[in-house]
Design a protein around this ligand. Structure first.
Ligand SMILES: [Zn+2]
Length: 457
């Protein structure tokens, strides 16, 4: 994802304000870190169970002053170890109405953060169980203001990462889950909307059908590739669907019908940028390219195959081209291969930031790339240590700085340096080996290093 903190009129004003606000945000986050007692070494739900598939059904969205959803999520859960009697799922400050397996009610407890479900039978390794959690309430936005669930006039949508949340994965804001980078599942979404609205989610649209006993529509989307919880998404509005064929891949833009010309103009280089990514990193990993425009002024989020992006950045110009190019590159860097821990976030964000520069070379020439990289390098030298409270390695930064300058900008600097060191032919071989070797899985920084060495020496 990329945070853009202010929509400035002039570039200088933009950079100045973004930097100043960034510092402020980082300080807030640092204070939160000081108050956090999280320990990465504690056992997590994902150590004992794996969710293979989620069916997320939202029967009703109330987007007035109430701001609530009524929902159920069916999970196919598989035991990773023997003797699992209690299944723990994360769900953040919603009301759990009941938990069932098939039609049998299961005993559970809920403490606003974790649902503990007593399995009807002890699960041993590779045993499976289907659970359905019925719940309702008002999904939260993250304490940082960036991420979570948003109700605004005419729109309801989520952003799957919480900048202040621990863990940063933020599926638990709207569905019960194993909310970890390393637990990847396939998804079906059944989202009910008013008849004049549409829901957009990851994957491909299967159908829209009438909801029983209402005039509402149910939008069924299917995500065939496994993704972590933070990349699952929904966006609902009175959308117009603008479609385009990009190198044989369907692109779908969920936009206001008034903004279709802006979309076409801002995304005019989409075919070229797709070609750059496919040639460099391998085939496009998902069933469609998607963008949902939403009223969000602070950036965009790389939900797999359906990027959520602030409408103001799709203004008909190329001013924010690097923003959507950054998000699109996450389809490889983060979505196809996901960082194993928050400390490996540079594998997502450093590389997506590098790709802002990389795509410029193919659109505007080598000098444009060099200028972008040089400016980034200068920013790293001047500000990364100021922004992030000291000189940090871009690997294993503290939780408060997961989305800070060291990870994004110094990480991008490292990617550029690696490209320069390898040369372009080995660079592409190494990147494609890594993408294939870790496809639809995770990687840590050492595995990345080892993959590049093994494929390029
Ligand atoms: Zn990003």
């Amino acid at each position: 994802m990329k945070k853009i903190l202010i929509l400035a009129v002039g570039l200088i004003a933009f950079l100045f304000n973004a930097h100043a606000q960034n510092c402020q945000l980082q300080k807030q986050l640092f204070n939160q870190l000081q108050n956090s007692n999280s320990q990465k070494l504690m056992p997590t739900a994902g150590d004992s169970i794996h969710v293979v598939h989620y069916d997320i059904t939202i029967d009703s969205i109330i987007n007035n002053s109430v701001k609530a959803i009524y929902a159920n999520t069916k999970l196919k859960v598989k035991a990773r170890v023997n003797n699992v009697n209690v299944i723990s799922l994360s769900l953040l400050k919603l009301s759990v109405d009941s938990v069932k397996s098939n039609s049998t009610l299961l005993t559970h407890t809920y403490n606003d953060t974790t649902i503990s479900i007593y399995a009807p039978n002890t699960l041993n390794i590779n045993d499976s169980i289907e659970l359905t959690v019925y719940y309702h309430g008002k999904p939260l936005t993250d304490a940082s203001g960036w991420g979570g669930f948003y109700f605004s006039t005419g729109y309801v949508f989520n952003l799957g990462v919480g900048f202040a949340a621990d863990p940063h994965t933020f599926g638990r804001a709207w569905f019960p889950c194993v909310d970890e980078f390393t637990d990847k599942a396939t998804y079906d979404f059944y989202i009910a909307t008013e008849p004049n609205k549409k829901a957009f989610c990851n994957g491909i649209l299967i159908d829209s059908s009438l909801q029983a006993n209402t005039n509402n529509l149910i939008w069924h989307w299917k995500m065939n590739q496994p993704i972590p919880t933070y990349l699952a998404c929904m966006a609902v509005s009175s959308y117009y669907t603008l479609e385009q064929n990009i190198n044989g891949i369907k692109a779908q833009f969920a936009t206001s019908i008034l903004d279709t010309t802006k979309v076409k103009n801002t995304f005019v280089h989409l075919p070229d940028i797709m070609t750059t990514y496919i040639n460099s990193f391998g085939p496009y990993p998902f069933d469609k390219i998607g963008f949902s425009m939403v009223p969000f002024g602070s950036g965009a989020m790389e939900h797999a195959s359906q990027i959520t992006i602030g409408s103001a950045f799709i203004d008909g110009s190329l001013t924010y081209e690097s923003l959507w190019a950054h998000e699109l590159s996450h389809m490889w860097w983060g979505d196809k291969v996901t960082c194993e821990t928050a400390g490996d976030m540079w594998l997502n964000e450093g590389w997506a930031s590098f790709n802002e520069a990389y795509t410029r070379e193919f659109l505007y020439g080598k000098q444009s790339y060099k200028n972008y990289v040089s400016a980034n390098h200068k920013t790293v030298l001047q500000f990364a240590h100021v922004d992030d409270g000291g000189y940090l390695s871009f690997i294993n930064v503290p939780h408060a700085y997961t989305y800070g300058s060291t990870v994004y900008k110094k990480g991008a600097d490292a990617a550029h340096t690696l490209r320069n060191f390898l040369g372009d032919s080995l660079f592409k071989i190494g990147m494609q080996f890594y993408m294939n070797n870790r496809a639809y899985g995770n990687a840590n920084s050492y595995q990345f290093r080892d993959d590049i060495i093994a494929s390029t020496e």
